[in-house]
Design a protein around this ligand. Structure first.
Ligand SMILES: CC/C=C\C/C=C\C[C@@H](O)/C=C/C=C/C=C\[C@@H](O)CCCC(=O)O
Ligand SMILES: [Zn+2]
Length: 672
């Protein structure tokens, strides 16, 4: 159908345009023809092909032309690192809370790899003031048409031909825009102290280009230093080792090469407490004691991680507890993990998020996906290692194995909800390695790379002989690819070479694992002893009408999560039954956000209107997308409250981070 459609569209344009224009636009028409679906085509092929349709064609045309400039190596970047690659960036930033802008000077240090007289970078929403060489020679530059969400291609003319092997430093003076997609500028009333504003960034996947002109692809890794000036009362933190602070200016140094998505900055009125020899926890004063208690075991996790993966290479490992609008559980910014305050459960039950972020110090941060189609190499490996390290903290070997398998089963449960519930099993975004041409990585984000990826590694581990051999392989892989980026094919080749005598690997259907949509082709034989009690209780819940705290009093917080998630996957319970379950199992007054989130979803599913106030207050008080997005999607399916959900979103949108507003608009069908 696609071929017929594409040929028909080409024929149609040929009949409409003059031969001269058709010849000029031919290659663009071919791209458009391959991208448009049949329903869009019918708009173009209607008999009264109006002026507005022609205008629309030219608008699409120039956008497709601009998108055609995206790199063949990374579908999310315009840059051309194969020509000249950034090795180091020196940044000078001035934080202006009044105007909500960063004023910056970036010295980009390149190694030229191919003869060239041009450098191409990614920018989004930046105001460029000047571009010059180190000797002050001004350079000409051009910013191409803006492609929504991808930004623009910035082409810099060097004036002279540079040859392979030469070094080149380009100085760019610029300003960010108040709407920079990587930055959230918080008003004082969005902070705990309510007195000072706050700034934080989220560059993953492709938002660094809204903070500085760069090669915004994880194929490129660079070291950086920075000098950041902010008003007196504020502390500036970055994804780097913090140096001295003089005259409102703080110095930073990151001497391990990082991809652009790991650049990070936070500026607020902050306090800190020591957690261990290489760790501080930072937050506003109001959260600092709770944070220091919740994350007190950080050094223990770091040591367990080092036992598995080798020495921690980043020097410092600090935590920053952000204001509630931070959109993720955690972000693995090097030297300084960013975390949501929803982790402050008061029982250390969300320590797995900290272990996850620590494991990124090896997988993701040292060994990095080449582009976001291979995101599973970051996240699947990290989840896999997180569960190994989590288990290694349990003294009893049999219990450790049971616990590892239990957490894998929880992951499988989330994967199943994502694939069978939310995305649909034929959705191409359920492939382990999706095609991201024309797809923004934020639109592709789901649990799939995390859980399908880690499950695949567990399948391989079982196949090659278990943890003893596979742990050795992991260390070899990490050593080989550290400070580099790779793709899925390179991983496969490395594994097959490493285990070259192992016949079991001949049975792996690589194509199915990497490129089939839906659930994984094979599910490992996990130990179900910790889910058994939950499965039995679920059966009882659907039969019995009465509940007692005795049913769950021996459950760990994660078994409680397992139970609620099981109920989410089943038919909605009648309201009265759900209410008495909530009272008996004391979920109504839980402090654990993982439990509250699932409980509120169950209440929505049972259409309990009396819980709506609590539901809206939960989504308005914190912005962790893992919670907020499924709740809004559930509310959208409840027709009677759909408009209320949309109104609530629109009212709160101005206080959300870019990525939250962007994805929620789609979840609520307010944008495509
Ligand atoms: C195949 C997937 C394709 C693209 C995804 C690439 C980037 C995803 C982008 O949207 C950014 C993700 C950032 C994630 C940061 C932290 C997460 O690990 C948090 C997980 C959810 C949570 O616990 O809140
Ligand atoms: Zn992660």
């Amino acid at each position: 159908m696609a071929v017929i459609c594409s040929k028909a569209i080409k024929r149609h344009f040929r009949s409409l345009l003059s031969p001269k224009i058709y010849a000029r636009e031919r290659s663009c028409i071919a791209i458009i023809a391959n991208r448009l679906n049949l329903s869009s085509f019918s708009k173009y092929s209607s008999n009264n092909f109006s002026n507005s349709a022609i205008n629309k064609y030219f608008a699409i045309n120039s956008q497709v032309k601009a998108m055609g400039a995206l790199s063949p190596l990374d579908p999310s970047s315009f840059s051309r690192p194969e020509v000249a690659i950034i090795r180091h960036i020196s940044l000078i930033l001035d934080v202006d809370f009044e105007k909500k802008v960063l004023k910056g000077t970036a010295d980009l240090n390149f190694d030229v790899l191919q003869a060239t007289d041009e450098i191409i970078l990614d920018v989004n929403d930046l105001i460029i003031q000047s571009i010059e060489l180190r000797d002050g020679t001004k350079l000409q530059y051009n910013t191409d048409q803006h492609v929504p969400n991808f930004g623009s291609k910035l082409s810099i003319t060097l004036g002279n031909q540079y040859s392979a092997g030469q070094k080149l430093v380009i100085r760019i003076k610029y300003r960010t825009s108040p709407s920079a997609s990587a930055l959230q500028w918080l008003e004082p009333n969005q902070t705990s102290g309510k007195k000072y504003p706050y700034l934080f960034s989220q560059c993953q996947p492709i938002h660094a280009r809204s903070i500085l002109p760069c090669q915004d692809t994880p194929a490129v890794k660079f070291t950086y230093d920075a000098e950041v000036t902010a008003p007196e009362e504020f502390t500036v933190l970055m994804s780097a080792v913090r140096g001295e602070n003089r005259n409102k200016t703080t110095m930073f140094q990151q001497s391990v090469p990082i991809p652009s998505y790991l650049l990070a900055i936070a500026v607020g009125v902050l306090e800190h407490r020591r957690l261990g020899p290489r760790s501080l926890v930072w937050s506003e004063k109001e959260e600092i004691e709770r944070s220091a208690w919740e994350f007190a075991e950080t050094e223990k996790y770091l040591e367990a991680a080092e036992n598995l993966c080798g020495p921690y290479q980043w020097g410092q490992y600090d935590l920053l507890v952000l204001p509630p609008s931070f959109p993720y559980g955690g972000m693995e910014n090097p030297c300084l993990t960013f975390v949501t305050p929803t982790l402050l459960a008061g029982d250390r039950s969300q320590a797995d998020v900290i272990v996850h972020e620590i494991m990124h110090s090896w997988t993701g941060n040292l060994v990095t996906n080449r582009n976001f189609e291979h995101f599973w190499l970051n996240e699947g490996f990290t989840v896999f290692l997180e569960r190994k390290v989590g288990a290694s903290l349990i003294a009893d070997a049999a219990e450790a194995k049971r616990s590892r398998d239990f957490h894998s089963l929880l992951g499988l449960q989330e994967l199943s909800e994502t694939i069978n519930g939310h995305l649909g099993s034929s959705n191409p975004l359920t492939k382990l390695v999706p095609d991201l041409k024309g797809v923004h990585p934020d639109d592709a984000f789901s649990r799939v790379p995390y859980e399908k990826g880690s499950l695949f590694l567990r399948y391989l581990e079982d196949l090659v002989g278990g943890p003893e051999v596979f742990d050795e392989f992991m260390r070899s892989y990490l050593g080989n690819y550290q400070k580099r980026s790779l793709d899925t094919d390179e991983f496969k080749e490395y594994l097959l070479n490493y285990f070259s005598g192992n016949q079991n690997l001949t049975s792996v259907d690589w194509n199915a694992w990497f490129y089939s949509s839906g659930m994984p082709p094979i599910i490992p034989n996990y130990d179900t002893s910790m889910t058994k009690a939950v499965t039995e209780l679920v059966a009882k819940i659907f039969e019995a009408g009465t509940f007692s705290y005795d049913d769950v009093k021996c459950f760990t917080p994660h078994q409680m999560i397992n139970l609620l998630q099981e109920l989410i996957d089943k038919d909605a319970l009648p309201i009265e039954k759900l209410r008495s379950l909530g009272d008996a199992y004391k979920v109504n007054n839980s402090k654990n956000s993982e439990i509250i989130y699932r409980w509120l979803r169950l209440c929505i599913r049972s259409r309990d209107r009396t819980k709506l106030k609590e539901v809206f207050s939960f989504v308005n008080q914190q912005g962790r997308m893992k919670y907020v997005r499924p709740i809004y999607r559930d509310l959208y399916t409840w027709e009677d409250v759909r408009q209320q959900a949309i109104d609530n979103f629109l009212q709160n949108e101005p206080y959300m981070m870019h990525v939250s507003a962007y994805t929620l608009r789609k979840d609520l069908h307010l944008s495509e």
